[in-house]
Design a protein around this ligand. Structure first.
Ligand SMILES: [Zn+2]
Length: 470
């Protein structure tokens, strides 16, 4: 039995059953774009029972009499969108953590609700405080909280916490050490930078312990991060151990890389996903040889793709500060990977940020004023337009945001397409997403596991989010 917040139950009753759950219903008359790459089905019917799709076809297919009918003529039904790379708790700046240290799991829920409201029915959190993410994930899974379905990695193996050289070391100088140590430990647990010193068997032992703590996939740092991103982190044989141990535990392994050789090492280690494989620093795009391997071995590749407008801002900044050149190099990589036919995944790195952070001069210096990928609830729409600008075909864009991600993470038995047997995770759009990527914004309904999401009620609590339009 699913439990729902009273506010949703009340609004469901007031709306005459418009917000409902575990209901049998059929969507009539829309164009169904199922995410398999098949041609759109006009005037289609999609039948849903117990949260799953039980039939898809032309008008005229048999629909059981007890199913409520949802008329959607002139609209478009697509699979629920996914983001292969978010960070539901990313505002780790001291002001936020000092205020909300004990409520991080609630912020994770809030973030997942903003994602869901904006069409992301599933998100993959590739770096964050594991225990808080597990708590939020499990509450959503149990139906005690509403939110996007979460899969999580916890720490990036080998990375330090927020106030270390991996991220924001200068913060530690201004803060009391008890707080710094506590926050760092919450991210690192037993798989922080100390693993970089260990022989393979000890790494394997520590990793084994971590894989028993409820993580859904493994992400390791093939290179460092922050000021350390140009260094290779783990030897080839240790990188192979990460992949082996993840597979032995029945989960996927992915790499964090930030240089061309880091990327090639991860390819050779046999990872299942190359996370942000387009990030190779300021000056050196991915060599043709490595792109060839990625395409030939069909290794899914997530891109942090920026729009032309954002790239123009980055190019302007790069005139004074070479650090921004990385975004130009990313664009070169994105275009090369798309043109070569690599398996692309939508990825934003997005998170939820409080007013103090978004209003800071620091923030204004690191992200463009518009088309900012990092804003959860907004970044995925920006991404969809960005890859359209780079020449990706409309059906490929749709699959990069749905089926490809489900497959890459090994969850395509239940998710990613509108096929019989899968969860009824879907969006109804007012305009055709295959005509313009901006049409992904025309969401008129979000459904997750057969339940219509009461979008206006989300987020149910605002701790970090300020803007009521998000
Ligand atoms: Zn990463």
């Amino acid at each position: 039995v699913r439990k729902f917040p009273a506010v949703l139950l009340a609004s469901a009753l007031l709306a005459g059953g418009h917000a409902s759950w575990a209901e049998s219903l059929a969507i009539f008359g829309a164009t169904i774009i199922d995410g398999t790459g098949a041609a759109p089905l006009k005037d289609g019917v999609l039948v849903i029972e117990d949260g799953r799709i039980i039939a898809v076809g032309k008008r005229g297919i048999r629909v059981p009499a007890n199913h409520r009918r949802l008329e959607a003529a002139g609209k478009y039904v697509i699979p629920g969108l996914m983001d292969a790379n978010v960070h539901l708790f990313l505002d780790f700046f001291p002001l936020t953590l000092a205020r909300f240290e004990d409520r991080v799991d609630e912020i994770v829920i809030e973030a997942s609700q903003i994602a869901l409201k904006n069409g992301l029915t599933t998100v993959f959190d590739s770096w964050g405080p594991r225990a808080d993410l597990v708590k939020a994930r499990d509450a959503i899974r149990a139906g005690t909280s509403v939110g996007s379905r979460i899969y999580l990695a916890g720490n990036i193996i080998g990375f330090g916490g927020p106030y270390t050289a991996s991220f924001f070391p200068s913060a530690s100088e201004a803060l009391f050490e008890g707080f710094v140590d506590r926050i760092n430990a919450r991210w690192q647990e037993n798989v922080g930078p100390e693993l970089l010193w260990m022989p393979p068997d000890e790494v394997r032992r520590q990793l084994g312990k971590y894989l028993e703590t409820g993580v859904d996939f493994l992400k390791y740092g093939a290179t460092g991060h922050g000021g350390l991103e140009h260094y290779i982190a783990f030897s080839p044989r240790v990188q192979r151990i990460f992949v082996e141990e993840a597979h032995a535990a029945g989960i996927t392994a992915q790499s964090h890389t930030s240089s061309v050789e880091g990327l090639d090492l991860a390819v050779e280690a046999g990872v299942d996903i190359l996370q942000h494989c387009d990030e190779t620093g300021n000056d050196h795009p991915i060599p043709a040889e490595t792109i060839g391997k990625i395409v030939e071995r069909r290794i899914p590749c997530s891109l942090l793709a920026n729009t032309d407008k954002a790239l123009a801002w980055f190019a302007e900044q790069a005139e004074n500060s070479p650090a921004y050149k990385r975004f130009i190099t990313r664009d070169i990589n994105d275009r090369a990977l798309i043109a070569a036919g690599a398996e692309i995944l939508l990825s934003t790195d997005a998170g939820l940020f409080g007013a103090d952070t978004v209003g800071s001069a620091f923030w204004a210096s690191i992200v463009p004023p518009e088309d900012n990928l990092l804003l959860l609830g907004e970044g995925h729409f920006t991404w969809l337009r960005a890859v359209e600008e780079k020449g990706m075909q409309p059906m490929d864009i749709l699959m990069a945001a749905t089926r490809n991600i489900a497959r890459a993470y090994g969850v395509d038995r239940d998710l990613g397409t509108l096929e019989v047997g899968k969860f009824a995770d879907l969006l109804i759009l007012d305009a055709n997403p295959l005509v313009s990527a901006d049409n992904y914004r025309t969401i008129s309904l979000v459904m997750k596991e057969g339940q219509i999401v009461e979008r206006d009620a989300l987020p149910t609590q605002r701790l970090l989010s300020q803007d009521p339009s998000r």
